[in-house]
Design a protein around this ligand. Structure first.
Ligand SMILES: [Zn+2]
Length: 176
């Protein structure tokens, strides 16, 4: 996209109302599965630490082309009257509707619900690992690549245990 991209940019494709319903269900399911898998401390930690958003809710800087989702970290400020001091990390899981829709068009065996379930479970595992400082948010490209492999494998391991229609096709899409 050139410097004048703003003037020529077409509207970026968003999920339809029907798709949003499917996506919201998949998000809820991913949250349940991931927090059930990890210890209580992790799922409690996870509460109020993140938001999942679709394209219509994203700011321009949160929209990317290529990835199906990205995590954007913000610094949260604690109210002074609350117990515990200091700032905390808050994560926005930014779903990229246009990229997901494109992938569905190119892969007829891929279905929206298991696909989004995988994507959200994957991002939640990233966030849990950020929280445990297993992986720092500001990692080098090499560390990031390794982290991707680990998180992908964990996601597959967790989702494999549950019988979800269409998930085999998602694994296949990711080459496993
Ligand atoms: Zn990832």
């Amino acid at each position: 996209m050139g410097m004048d991209g703003r003037n020529t940019m077409k509207k970026i494709e968003e999920f339809s109302d029907e798709q949003i319903v499917i996506v919201n269900n998949a998000i809820e399911m991913a949250e349940d599965i991931v927090s059930e898998f990890y210890k209580m401390s992790s799922s409690q930690w996870l509460r109020n630490r993140y938001d999942v958003l679709t394209l219509s809710q994203l700011s321009k800087s949160e929209i990317v082309f290529g990835p199906f989702a990205q995590i954007v970290r913000y610094l949260g400020k604690r109210n002074k009257s609350q117990l515990g001091s200091g700032d905390f990390d808050f994560y926005r899981i930014c779903l990229q509707d246009h990229s997901i829709i494109q992938a569905l068009r190119e892969n007829f065996s891929l279905r929206l619900d298991p696909f989004v379930l995988y994507i959200i479970a994957h991002e939640l595992i990233h966030i849990i690992r950020f929280g445990k400082f297993i992986q720092f948010f500001d990692a080098s490209p090499d560390e990031r690549a390794l982290e991707e492999t680990i998180v992908h494998q964990s996601t597959v391991d967790i989702l494999k245990k549950i019988n979800i229609s269409g998930m085999k096709e998602v694994f296949k899409f990711y080459g496993c």
